[in-house]
Design a protein around this ligand. Structure first.
Ligand SMILES: NC(=O)C1=CN([C@@H]2O[C@H](COP(=O)(O)OP(=O)(O)OC[C@H]3O[C@@H](n4cnc5c(N)ncnc54)[C@H](O)[C@@H]3O)[C@@H](O)[C@H]2O)C=CC1
Ligand SMILES: O=C(O)/C=C/C=C(\O)C(=O)O
Length: 480
């Protein structure tokens, strides 16, 4: 299968006719090629976007809303087809893609179809001076959206939907590791009546196609989700050009469990927050801290529940954990498990690569639980981004809070307790962009989403994304 770029509403081969192999991670085999796009393809995408901007930026909100709703409808009608494609490309269970990834992609378009009709700006009357200020929020122009491989269509559309709803035209690049569903989105956008050039999708490597988007002198804003190192590089390139930047980066999120919590709910949710999507979600609670009085009980119960998870072929409906996204990523995750003992850790469960029947060459790994004795170890400080969690006990609220905040990351935290004062103290003092209390990954698309410290800058979601994708202009008008 050959994936093509989507430029000016047409599918096109890369200008230099260079291609990259695309892998099915659960089979460990090549199943297609994608464009190895270069600066020339990005320029073509930019020109198409620039050309479309004059008209799209003047399209009524009702028309934009109708087209975005239609895209959402089409995604919903193709949920099984898209879920199968996502699973094949990424290795995640089809059941997960069908329940979470694809419905969320539809919800992203539906949400911004509605939100743009409610988005407004402010006016300030300068009383006594016969003057009024009103502030326009204008689309920026051509913007760049770059997304990762862990939640491919989910995160790709989370950027594109607000960008086009706000009247911008887009040059977008999905991860080269998971290009399939974004390729299929091109067709859907055409069918929904999105005018040519409003969305342009360029496939290829981060270091060439991605770099060309970030460095393009006329692409004025970049919305990026991915690794912290890449985010830092993007900031270095884009900042001297004064581009707007939204960077949603890595996490090393604490999951803090107190003895007074609703134990069964905590246990079930903790299995999910540890291993959903093979642990490849920036929000996964990869550092589990448990109050000393229930530590041994938690350990026993958690290991038992995790041992019941089925690692298997992503197409089987009872599979809980599919394949990791690539061979390189599997090796990276495994390398952390391999240093566990040198770091004073004890592997309590898992730790091994797995061979799955009918998918013998796939990139499978057991869900892995490691008890560590210090939060300073690499396992607790570096983003592993796989099905690996660490456990540590704590004695007091103060110690738990210190452990939780002792990382360069600051994306999310989960706290399990029924104590109101403790809930408020932790909510206020955790240095993260998101705090979940007695739940995990409960998403309301109106809320600001993003991290502090090395987890990024800016917030996605709700009106925040519409603010990011618009430029303010204040008009001050005096009258007699
Ligand atoms: N959502 C998250 O928080 C994610 C975190 N990661 C972390 O990052 C690590 C590395 O994974 P990668 O796939 O290498 O992520 P990455 O950060 O390199 O890739 C994310 C996106 O950025 C693009 N990209 C890469 N270099 C670029 C550049 N110089 N300019 C513009 N775009 C560029 C990629 O092509 C991809 O579309 C993972 O092991 C994980 O720890 C990775 C993916 C998602
Ligand atoms: O729900 C969201 O909006 C985002 C979820 C996850 C990520 O952003 C990620 O894993 O990068």
């Amino acid at each position: 299968m050959k994936i093509q770029n989507y430029i000016n509403g047409e599918f096109a081969n890369p200008v230099l006719d260079n291609w990259i192999d695309n892998y099915n991670p659960s089979k460990g085999e090549v199943y297609g090629q994608i464009p190895n796009s270069t600066i020339e393809d990005v320029e073509n995408a930019y020109l198409a976007a620039e050309n479309a901007f004059a008209s799209w930026s003047q399209t009524t909100l009702a028309t934009r809303s109708k087209i975005l709703s239609k895209i959402a409808d089409l995604i919903r009608t193709k949920v099984t087809f898209l879920a199968e494609a996502e699973s094949k490309d990424n290795g995640k269970p089809i059941s997960l893609a069908k329940a979470i990834d694809i419905p969320r992609a539809a919800a992203n378009f539906q949400f911004y179809a509605n939100a743009i009709t409610q988005f407004s700006s402010e006016a300030h009357e300068s009383v006594g001076l016969n003057a009024i200020n009103f502030t326009l929020r204008e689309p920026i122009g051509v913007v760049g959206c770059i997304s990762p491989w862990n939640l491919p269509l989910y995160l790709f559309t989370w950027k594109i939907a607000p960008a086009i709803a706000a009247g911008n035209c887009v040059v977008a690049k999905p991860s080269e590791i998971t290009p399939l569903t974004s390729y299929l989105l091109g067709e859907i956008c055409t069918e929904a009546g999105l005018p040519k050039g409003v969305l342009n999708i360029v496939h290829g490597l981060g270091t060439s196609a991605g770099q060309a988007i970030v460095a393009h002198p006329k692409i004025k804003a970049i919305s990026f989700t991915g690794g912290t190192k890449t985010g830092a590089h993007i900031a270095k390139v884009a900042a001297p050009m004064f581009k707007k930047l939204s960077l949603e980066l890595g996490g090393k999120n604490p999951n803090i469990i107190f003895a007074d919590c609703d134990y069964e709910k905590m246990l079930t949710t903790t299995v999910r927050s540890s291993f959903a999507n093979q642990g490849q979600i920036c929000l996964c609670g990869s550092r589990i801290f448990v109050e000393e009085s229930i530590f041994e009980k938690f350990k026993r119960d958690f290991i038992k529940k995790v041992s019941e998870l089925k690692v298997g072929n992503p197409s089987e409906s009872d599979t809980n954990i599919g394949a990791l996204v690539s061979k390189e990523h599997l090796e990276k995750v495994k390398s952390y498990i391999d240093i566990a003992e040198n770091e004073g850790g004890e592997i309590l469960f898992g730790g091994n690569k797995l061979t799955v029947k009918d998918s013998e060459n796939g990139y499978f790994l057991e869900p892995t639980i490691i008890e560590v004795s210090s939060n300073k170890c690499k396992l607790n400080q570096e983003e592993i981004f796989g099905p690996v969690v660490t456990l540590m006990s704590f004695k007091s609220d103060k110690e738990a809070l210190e452990l939780a905040n002792d990382t360069k990351y600051g994306l999310s935290a989960t706290v399990w307790t029924n104590n109101l004062n403790r809930t408020m103290q932790f909510s206020k003092q955790l240095k993260t962009g998101i705090v979940w209390v007695n739940t995990w990954m409960m998403r309301d698309l109106r809320t600001p989403f993003g991290g502090q410290k090395a987890s990024g800058i800016g917030r996605e979601g709700g009106f925040e994304a519409l603010r990011f994708f618009t430029e303010q202009k204040n008009i001050c008008l005096q009258y007699e």
